[in-house]
Design a binder for this molecule. Structure first.
Ligand code: HEC
Length: 214
């Protein structure tokens, strides 16, 4: 009997010790022999107080603070990365129709940046000229890479190319996870410049140069 009582009490102590009173949330600080820094005077958001002169616990960020997300400057105003906006998706709002043109203002700086990004992410397969003769074809690991000067691709909307770059196609990987939205649009602006460079004719030259050629 005494042994049973001893075992029983030990079992109760073990069960209560492991399973008892777990997971109770409390706002009250635990009893601490040596107080630690988790528990100290602090203000919760919107808590009225007389610590700050204006009585608000939420203050404006100090000047020079770097925000976690910056708006992307587009032709129709700033767009944040979390917004459901054509500039982020490549689709017209609420549809699955691609937008026709690049939402970023196309500037020499954007084209320069696009060229840099294209040379990093696209030339291995599509080649520096975009004709599909990159190193991957030369060493024979990717036999058929799209030629970006194909009429079909020239006629695609910017939104559709954005979608291909974002999600990938066939053997081409998706670049949505690695290349930022802004960089993808910069790449597309540069792809358009590459295409234009192939489509140009002597008629596009200024008259003086045309005459010099003849
Ligand atoms: C790993 C090699 C590889 C890389 C890197 C690559 N592509 Fe491709 N790309 C391909 C292949 C292969 C196809 C043909 C896919 C198919 O039609 O199945 C293709 C197709 C395309 C097409 C045509 C899509 C269509 O609908 O037919 C576009 C536009 C394109 N790539 C743009 C890009 C751009 C811009 C980049 C750089 C961000 C890039 N690609 C990087 C391999 C690559």
């Amino acid at each position: 009997m005494r042994h049973f009582l001893l075992l029983f009490l030990t079992a109760v102590a073990v069960v209560v010790g492991i399973a008892g009173l777990r997971g109770h949330l409390s706002r009250k600080p635990p009893i601490l022999i040596i107080p630690d820094l988790n528990h100290q005077f602090k203000l919760r958001p919107e808590q009225p107080n007389d610590f700050f002169a204006n009585g608000q616990s939420s203050q404006l960020p100090p000047p020079g603070t770097v925000p976690r997300s910056r708006p992307m400057p587009t032709v129709s105003g700033p767009v944040y990365p979390y917004e459901d906006s054509p500039a982020n998706t490549g689709f017209m709002a609420g549809t699955t129709n691609f937008i026709a043109t690049n939402p970023l203002p196309v500037t020499p700086a954007l084209l320069r940046h696009g060229r840099e990004q294209f040379e990093i992410y696209c030339t291995p397969c599509h080649g520096a000229l975009g004709d599909g003769n990159g190193i991957m074809k030369k060493i024979g690991v990717m036999p058929a890479v799209a030629n970006l000067h194909d009429q079909r691709i020239v006629e695609m909307t910017d939104g559709e190319i954005f979608n291909t770059v974002t999600r990938g196609k066939g053997l081409m990987a998706a670049y949505g996870p690695t290349v930022s939205i802004q960089d993808r649009w910069a790449i597309i602006a540069y792809v358009r410049a590459l295409q234009l460079s192939w489509l140009g004719s002597t008629n596009d030259l200024p008259p003086a140069l045309q005459a010099a050629l003849k």
